[in-house]
Structure formats: C-alpha cells, structure tokens
Design a protein around this ligand. Structure first.
Ligand code: FAD
Length: 542
C-alpha cells in the first residue's frame, strides 16, 4: 500500500485544448445532477472524474457493510418523478452495491455518460482573467477550458492514511476502506487488523469479525454508535413511498437536517428523568438517526442536556458488551454525543463478544510503525495477513486543496483556505470568479442540500448568461460576513472542542475550523435564496 495521500500520476492527453461552457469535476450525486441541469440549460459540459465509474462515494467505498445512514427513500434524488416511480429501494438503509447501481441507472436513464470522462483526475485549474475562463489540467497532460468550473468533488472523497513509518514494508495485503477493490477480498481464516473505529469501521467490523480467523481493532477514540435497524422494504411500503414522494421531500426540506426526523422542541432538562428515559428508549428502538435528530433540541447545544443522553448510550453499550473492561473502552467519555458524526451499526458491539476479536486501545500505547509482519505499538507487536485502514478522509477542504486551483492574481485556493473554509454560502470564494463548489457542507441528509446547491449554481450561471456577463464571484465583504456568521453558529454548538473530522482535527497540521455549516436546512436555503433574489447584490460581476 502506498504511503501517500497524494494522487498517483497517470499518463494521457494529446495536447489539444478542448473548449466547453462548463467543466464539472466529479461524478457523484452532486456532479451527475449538476451535469443534468446544465445540459438541460443548453450548455456544453464536460465532467472529469477520477474514478473508473460514476457514483462518487458509492463507487469508492466498497468495503463490506457500507450502506446509507440516511433512509433510502429520503436520500434518492427528488427531481425526477419518473425516476422516483421507476426505482425500487430494496432496503430501508440501502447498501453500497445498490447505491452504485442507482447512480449508474441515473447516468443511463438521463444519457449522461457521453459527457463524462472517467479515469481523469484534475490536478490543476487556472483562471484566465482576460478571457474569464478556467483552464483545467487533467493528470497526464490533457487540458480543457470553460467559462464555468464546478468542483463537485465531495466532502468525504480525499481518503486519508496516517503516514505510518514502514507502511510500504508490510508483506501482507492492505486496503483503505475508501479504495476497496471491486473483486471480493477473501478474509476467510485470516489474521486481520483494522485501524480506526469511525463510522466506516463500525459498519465493517461485524462483517469482518465473522469471516476473519482473528480480528484486532485499533481504537483511538470510541464513538457513540447507535443501532441502524435496517430491514428490507416490502411492496406495501414501496407503494406508499411512490404515492407520497412529494410529501416526503417536502418534509425533508422543512426539517432541521433534511431528514424526516425533527427535534423535540423541549429541553432535556425540563422533563423528569423518568419521562426522559421513556423518550430515549423509544428513540433507541427506532431505525436511523432518530436518536440524534429526533432528540431533545438542546442535545446539540447544552452540555448537561447532552450528558443525559450520552450516559444512556454508554449504558446501552455496557449492556451489550460482555467484558466490562472492553465495554468501558468502547463507551465514549471524551466528547459529547453528536459532537462527532454518529455512526449507525448492526451488531457492532456484539462483535467484541467473539473469541476471535480483540480491541486494542492505542491511547496508552500508540502505533509506532507498520512492520513487514504487521503493526508495532509502543508495547506490543501484532502479526497480520491483512491490514485495513479505516482512517477516514481529509474532509471538505481536502478534495479542493489537493488540486492546484489558481484564481485572480494567481492566488491559490490552498493558501486561501489554509486556516479553514472561506466562502460565501459554501458555494463561491472571493477572487475565484465562475468557480462554484457543488458540495453540501450543511448538516444535512446529503442529497437534500446538494440538490438545492446544484440548482442555485445552475440559476447563477443562468443569470450570468442571461445578462451577458463574463464572470461572477462574491465580494470579500460577503465572504468575510459568511465566515464570521458560520463561526458564530459553530460557537453555539458542542462541536468545536472535539477531535473530529468536522473540525479537521483528524489530519495532523490541518488548521482546526468547523468545516460544516451549523445552521438548519430551511435557514440555509433561505439565505441562498435571498442571495439570488437580491439580484446577486453580494457579488462582483464583470
Ligand atoms: C462511507 C460513506 C457513507 C456515507 N453515507 C451517507 C449517508 O448515509 N447519508 C448522507 O447524507 N451522506 C453520506 N455520506 C456522505 C457522502 O459523501 C454524500 O452523501 C454524497 O455521496 C457526496 O456526493 P458528492 O457527489 O458531493 O461527492 P462524492 O460522492 O464524494 O463524489 C465526488 C467525486 O469527485 C471525484 N473527484 C474528487 N476530486 C477530483 C479531481 N481532482 N479530479 C477528478 N475527480 C475528482 C471523486 O473521485 C468522486 O468520485 C457518506 C460518505 C461516506 C464516505
């Protein structure tokens, strides 16, 4: 396994510069819809996608157990009634293979493939101030130009592997969960090490535990995982969804986080302990993020309120794990519930009751290096046939700053975002005209917000073209106000003190900043709509 988080170089390109109205980077949920929208508006569009297929997250993350944490019927696109009626979700929390099939179905149904060039990593993009056009460089030498450049590069697409010394010396097989091979990885009877216990590892571990001869899990931070309670979708439910999609989507768009769950308006502290527990047990028995997003409203803002539920979850973990010492290691105590993304699990905690599974806490004895035979911590050596890196992503800014993007005056995007995201609405950055970020950074059921952002970008591009303008970018003042506003919102939450990818703290050297926008979905939409309805007053146009 390569000890690098940089992108490998691939040769291609014949020197000619192709010309388009718009270039989109990325063919995931966002990029596919952006392509559809712009093509419908009559633009010539080219999508460059690093992967060998469409689907983004659902192309790359093929690890066993990968599935939605969102309810399937709320994650699927809402913009085509025909698509909604034709597609049957098989599970309430659909798995990666089906999700990838879904996005391939969309690409075929809407004839998107002719516009998509796969196996094409965009390494650089430079803004030509005289021509008001972007020139992108695809790895290998191919170049293309367009007036509009849209980075639909995702928020969790830049995989991160800690730079463990000796990583290349390992003689067995190793995999990052986000670069899992298409072919089945046979773990039968093997000695497997999993590094990491985030949302991905929590989906993966119960399955690997059943297959492997022995599994060792290296844990740095315990997470509050909650039961997913997945099940198959029966024909009656499918029919109800199909008859009610407009209502389902309306409800999602009106809710705080884009789901069909809504917070209880009461404070956790205003009800008796008995009443609190009744609600907690009820939420616990329900599928999905209900435990998080259907909880008392102050769970995410008041530490004392949060602790009432955090302790409830710890007790659930203690009930499920036989060995009390292991249970304590698995019960998080260093951060509030919900300050890190809540993973949904299926028999995760029970995996630790198996004789072939060992949990290693790397806090007292960190991993020192990888050896030819396995992993060496400060106090022990572990031998493996397979090492699985479930070590996550350089989130949100990573996929953007890994490219060499240069705006006005040759300013690099990487420098601009060195201390955290600097944008207006999460969509555009001052000094980078006609460059749009089509990725949802709201706390949101992803597609619900991504659709809104894609539509906003399409409208903005429509405005530029209608008015015969050459370029659009937010003013520095609008950007600064948005950054201040986002930081203020972050300060009201319990998120900022926690070592999480939300804060960029999983990446050594990354400036800590809340990478997500901590507002409700309706409020975010209102602000985006206002920015457009004002005639793009907060933007510089040429
Ligand atoms: C394992 C996992 C499970 C998730 N589950 C959920 C869930 O249940 N609910 C939810 O709301 N969200 C979930 N997410 C978040 C998920 O990322 C989004 O739901 C959504 O798939 C993102 O879509 P996207 O198109 O914006 O980005 P992506 O799907 O990440 O697609 C971006 C694409 O851009 C490509 N790309 C990036 N940089 C370049 C470049 N320089 N050149 C060329 N191509 C490039 C990448 O290869 C990738 O294919 C999950 C994420 C992960 C990793």
């Amino acid at each position: 396994m390569e000890n690098t988080n940089q992108h490998p170089h691939k040769p291609n390109g014949n020197g000619a510069v192709e010309q388009y109205d718009a270039i989109i980077i990325g063919a995931g949920v966002s990029g596919l819809y952006q392509l559809y929208k712009l093509r419908e508006m009559g633009l010539s569009v080219r999508v460059f996608e690093d992967a060998g297929g469409v689907g983004g997250t659902w192309y790359w993350n093929r690890y066993p157990g990968c599935r939605f944490d969102s309810e399937s019927e709320t994650y699927g696109y809402s913009w085509s009634e025909e698509l909604l009626q034709e597609w049957d979700w098989k599970e309430h929390f659909s798995g990666q293979p089906e999700n990838e099939r879904y996005l391939n179905f969309v690409a075929d149904k809407f004839n998107l493939r002719p516009h998509i060039q796969l196996n094409s990593y965009v390494s650089a993009a430079v803004y030509d101030e005289n021509e008001h056009r972007w020139e992108v460089q695809v790895e290998g030498g191919q170049r293309a130009r367009a007036q509009f450049l849209i980075g639909a590069v995702g928020v969790l697409s830049a995989k991160y592997t800690p730079p463990f010394e000796g990583i290349d010396s390992f003689e067995g097989e190793s995999f990052h969960t986000s670069n899992w091979p298409k072919e089945k990885v046979d773990l039968t009877g093997k000695r497997v090490g999993v590094i990491g216990t985030g949302a991905t590892a929590i989906q993966l571990i119960p399955i690997v535990a059943e297959e492997a001869g022995h599994l060792t899990v290296f844990q740095r931070t315990a997470n509050y995982a909650a039961p997913c309670r997945n099940s198959e979708v029966n024909p009656e439910t499918q029919a109800v969804w199909k008859a009610n999609y407009p209502e389902i989507h309306k409800q999602c768009r009106a809710s705080s986080a884009g789901f069909q769950h809504e917070f209880d308006p009461r404070s956790a502290l205003e009800v008796s302990e008995e009443e609190r527990l009744v609600l907690y047990e009820k939420l616990w028995a329900l599928p999905g993020f209900t435990k998080w997003l259907g909880n008392f409203q102050d769970i995410m803002t008041n530490r004392e309120a949060n602790e009432t539920f955090a302790e409830f979850v710890r007790n659930k973990i203690r009930e499920r794990v036989n060995d009390p010492e292991v249970a304590e290691l698995l019960a998080p105590k260093d951060h509030p519930f919900g300050a890190k993304r809540i993973p949904l699990e299926t028999y995760y905690y029970e995996a630790y009751n198996r004789d072939n599974v060992k949990l290693v806490d790397v806090n007292p004895a960190p991993i020192e290096h990888v050896t030819p035979k396995g992993v060496k911590t400060q106090d022990a050596e572990y031998e493996f046939d397979v090492i699985i890196y479930a070590t996550g992503f350089d989130a949100v800014s990573g996929p953007l700053t890994r490219m060499d993007i240069r705006g006005e005056g040759g300013k690099t995007f990487k420098d601009k975002w060195a201390n955290g995201p600097r944008s207006y609405l999460g969509i555009q950055t001052a000094g980078f005209p006609n460059f749009f970020i089509a990725a949802s950074t709201a706390f949101c059921n992803y597609t619900v917000c991504a659709e809104m952002i894609v539509e906003w970008i399409a409208d903005c591009i429509g405005h530029v073209r209608e008015k015969n303008l050459s370029s659009i970018a937010p003013t520095l003042q609008a950007e600064q106000e948005w950054v201040d506003h986002s930081n203020e919102l972050a300060s009201y939450t319990l998120l900022t003190d926690t070592k999480s990818w939300f804060m960029g703290r999983n990446i050594p050297g990354k400036a800590p900043a809340l990478l997500l926008y901590a507002n409700t979905v309706p409020e975010y939409r209102r602000r985006c709509q206002e920015a457009a309805a004002s005639g793009y007053r907060e933007f510089v146009v040429h």
